[in-house]
Design a protein around this ligand. Structure first.
Ligand code: AMP
Length: 330
């Protein structure tokens, strides 16, 4: 029997790259594969929750079928612009443990001149994810969200989104550090790779790196450690201490392509918070969300591009979540 879908609820807005990727891993190689942080996020989040509102830009070369596929999954695409020119392109490879991508080339193409204009109805979206893209664009989107903090975080401002989260990568840390840090000051939750957190903060120790990020203003941070899981750190209301949680990675035995794992982790996490109507102040909900993020990411790495991710079901996520609980219990 088909399970009835939950009624459409708390939407999630995502801005990020929409891309063609050339990727090589020990398992094989793909060229011009569908990718981009916003695409991975949208496909991954809609396994568990809908709608997802997508903000980004695709070139004329981006396949219409992919956009139709996204719409069928519950992705709203009114904020996905089409521009004359070529779609963003990333080329990279993974070796050994595949925990880190090596970038060969990044071509911004239509993203170079993109200025997003949020549809009016999207300005009050309660869950906002600033996926990996130029921090100037992340800030621009945040400026258009009603009640989003102008400079510093104001967690209880009226009309403010429930959760604003962000991701980024080494490319932007190296080239746009100041802009990136000013976006970080305005969000509730930062999701990033362990290596990139070290690069950003100059702290080799991951707990110290997490604390340094919290000191910028976010109330929570989730540091992804590839196949080693994630470290979640948060400062809860009325408590100066930093709370820590270790989230294991789901044990995948055949990793094919880790591209998009970070975006899928962020998507599972945001989908879980949105489905529960929770904020980052709810420590149990945040830990559960990070575990769902880890599970959703485990599907992503089992195939190239979005191929495995798009076939994952809520029931399969629940089964892996139960396994993850067992692995972490002691
Ligand atoms: P992830 O593996 O989750 O970190 O994200 C992979 C996706 O990020 C790929 O599909 C790329 O198209 C995209 N990507 C790579 N470099 C950048 C960049 N500098 N800005 C935005 N997106 C990027």
């Amino acid at each position: 029997m088909r399970r009835r879908r939950r009624p459409a609820s708390e939407p999630i807005l995502v801005v990020g790259s929409v891309a063609f990727d050339d990727v090589r891993t020990p398992a094989g190689e793909v060229r011009s594969a569908i990718g981009g942080a916003a695409i991975y996020f949208a496909v991954a989040a809609t396994i568990l929750h809908r709608p997802v509102r997508l903000v980004g830009v695709a070139g004329r070369d981006f396949p219409e079928e992919v956009i139709s596929m996204l719409e069928r999954r519950g992705v709203e695409t009114d904020g996905l612009a089409r521009a004359d020119g070529e779609t963003f392109r990333w080329a990279g490879y993974y070796e050994g443990t595949m925990d880190e991508a090596v970038t060969v080339s990044t071509r911004l193409n239509v993203f170079a001149d993109f200025r997003p204009a949020l549809p009016a109805a999207w300005r009050s979206t309660p869950y906002v994810f600033l996926a990996n893209i130029d921090p100037g664009l992340q800030a621009n989107v945040l400026d258009q969200v009603t009640g989003a903090a102008p400079k510093r975080l104001a967690p209880r401002a009226p009309g403010r989104p429930r959760v604003v989260a962000m991701d980024t990568m080494n490319f932007w840390i190296a080239s746009r550090r100041d802009d990136l840090v000013s976006v970080m000051r305005r969000v509730d939750l930062v999701v990033m790779n362990d290596g990139e957190a070290r690069q950003l903060t100059g702290e080799a120790n991951l707990v110290r790196a997490a604390r340094a990020i919290l000191d910028l203003g976010p109330r929570a941070v989730a540091l992804k450690k590839g196949s080693h899981g994630a470290l979640v750190a948060a400062r809860l209301p009325g408590d100066r201490r930093v709370r820590l949680a270790a989230i294991p990675a789901y044990p995948v035995e055949k990793v094919v392509d880790p591209t998009g794992a970070g975006d899928s982790f962020g998507a599972g996490l945001m989908a879980s918070l949105a489905a529960e109507g929770a904020g980052v102040d709810d420590w149990r909900a945040l830990r559960r969300a990070a575990a769902r993020g880890a599970v959703v990411a485990s599907f992503d790495v089992e195939g190239f591009s979005i191929e495995r991710l798009r076939r994952a079901t809520p029931a399969a996520v629940d089964r892996r979540l139960a396994t993850l609980r067992e692995i972490a219990a002691f």
